[in-house]
Design a protein around this ligand. Structure first.
Ligand code: LLP
Length: 437
């Protein structure tokens, strides 16, 4: 039986029966750690970091850097891995900052996003020596100035610019359009206006500009359109205000494979094309190309993740639908409920069996919308106790998990060099009541 297993870290055991992840038997892992279970392939995460760094460095002659957008998956161990891989990280809350600090991640390599940082957030981040604030609005600019003045420091910032590009990929996560809640639009003059104000602040160093347009992008085109607008803006700001952009962070958004119909991203080709374009554009505009940063989240961790579930109830409603209920749900994977996101699932303990029954895999929340995936194929023999694997769950699963229905969140078990270890333990029912007075 030939199946597209989406990523090279997914395989089937020699006898054809069990799904393997990072070379380890998933059925054995489910037995050892229990389900629902998040697995993370550490070797794959490291390989992705290295592939990005090499591709970006080649494309921009070494004058570039890669920041991991840690909202995709944030826990202590991942920041340790990012530190070891010499990545920068992008954080969006003091919770992410604190987790990174706990992991010994150098704060100077940290970029603080968010469209609504409170004064307390700003003070906390500055107290811990955050590298850059990515300033999203005017109130934030002035709050950063006030906090920096109090400390007698000059705080580096990037300005979040909205280039007016619609990536046409995934509406819910598109952020680059003029009407976005994020950043300052070039088109309306807001971007130039904030730059002028920022340059006038004595305790702020404007290191450069940032933008991010969307997610699940598989080719260079969106980045070329974005770079075209942003480099023009950078050149205009030099001409109008003598402002030299040191760093241009073009955001993340590269795609990963959730289905066999998804394309394979040609990372080297794509980045090389972006590099060539930017160098030509900068030359044509008569400016030096700033240092370029990319901040991928999903494409660093998504296919390094897999979720294992145990099947409970299997319910056939003849002529209507077959339900397969698993012991997790929207609490560990909210992405179908929220975005109708597609997934590939297999019966991990019966890979040699025909996946011949159309069914809808649902979770155990008291909510009809608690669907992991509708209309997929699993073996018609599937029954209570079987193991179901959902692929490509490393990004925006654990980080978006909830305790709805007072369900406990699964642990994260890391797989590295053929071994497994717990990076985040399973939540207990005592954890759930720990905050109750
Ligand atoms: N940089 C900024 C400023 C961002 O807002 C994002 C994602 C990224 C980088 C990383 O994008 P990525 O490479 O992961 O596509 N919860 C949604 C995704 C929201 C993405 C928000 N921003 C999901 O589950 O698909």
């Amino acid at each position: 039986m030939t199946r597209d297993l989406l990523c090279e870290n997914v395989s089937v055991s020699a006898d054809g029966q069990h799904l393997q992840f990072a070379g380890i038997d998933t059925v054995a892992l489910a037995g050892q750690y229990g389900t629902p279970l998040y697995l993370m392939d550490e070797d794959r995460i490291r390989a992705c970091c290295r592939a990005y760094k090499a591709a970006v460095s080649a494309a921009f002659d070494g004058n570039a850097q890669v920041l991991y957008a840690s909202k995709a998956s944030s826990f202590k161990r991942i920041y340790e891995i990012m530190r070891e891989e010499n990545m920068g990280v992008d954080v969006v809350s003091i919770g992410e900052i604190y987790t990174a600090i706990k992991a010994g991640f150098p704060m100077s390599q940290t970029y603080f996003h968010s469209n609504n940082k409170t004064d307390a957030d700003i003070a906390f981040a500055m107290e811990h020596g955050i590298g850059y604030f990515v300033v999203d609005n005017e109130e934030e600019l002035f709050a950063v100035e006030r906090e920096a003045a109090k400390r007698g420091i000059r705080q580096s910032v990037l300005l979040r610019i909205t280039p007016g590009i619609d990536p046409h990929t995934f509406e819910a996560v598109s952020t680059g359009k003029v009407d976005s809640k994020f950043g300052f639009a070039i088109e309306t003059g807001a971007a130039e206006d904030i730059l002028v104000k920022a340059l006038a602040q004595p305790h702020i160093h404007v290191a450069g500009v940032h933008c991010h347009v969307g997610s699940q992008v598989f080719d260079a085109e969106v980045f070329l359109l974005t770079a075209d607008v942003m480099l023009q803006f950078i050149a205009d700001m030099k001409a109008h205000h003598g402002f030299v952009t040191e760093l241009f962070d073009i955001g993340g958004g590269f795609g990963v494979r959730y289905l066999d119909s998804d394309p394979v991203l040609d990372l080297n080709g794509c980045l090389a094309e972006i590099g060539r374009f930017m160098k030509q554009k900068a030359a044509a505009l008569g400016i030096a190309l700033p240092k370029i940063a990319f901040e991928p989240g999903r494409s660093i961790v998504a296919d390094a993740g897999m979720t294992l579930y145990t099947v409970g109830n299997v319910k056939a409603i003849p002529d209507f639908i077959n339900y397969v209920s698993v012991d997790g749900g929207m609490t560990d994977n909210v992405r179908y409920a929220m975005y109708q996101a597609p997934y590939t699932l297999f019966q991990a303990n019966a890979m040699n069996r025909e996946h011949d029954m159309t069914c809808t895999v649902v979770g155990r929340c008291c909510e009809s919308g608690d669907v992991i995936q509708p209309n997929i194929k699993l073996p018609s023999t599937i029954a209570r106790g079987d193991i179901v694997a959902c692929l490509t769950t490393g990004a925006y699963h654990y980080s978006m998990a909830s305790n709805y229905n007072r369900l406990t969140r699964p642990p994260i078990v890391m797989l590295a060099n053929g071994e497994s270890y717990v990076a985040v333990r399973r939540e207990t029912i005592d954890d759930l009541t720990a905050l109750d007075m």
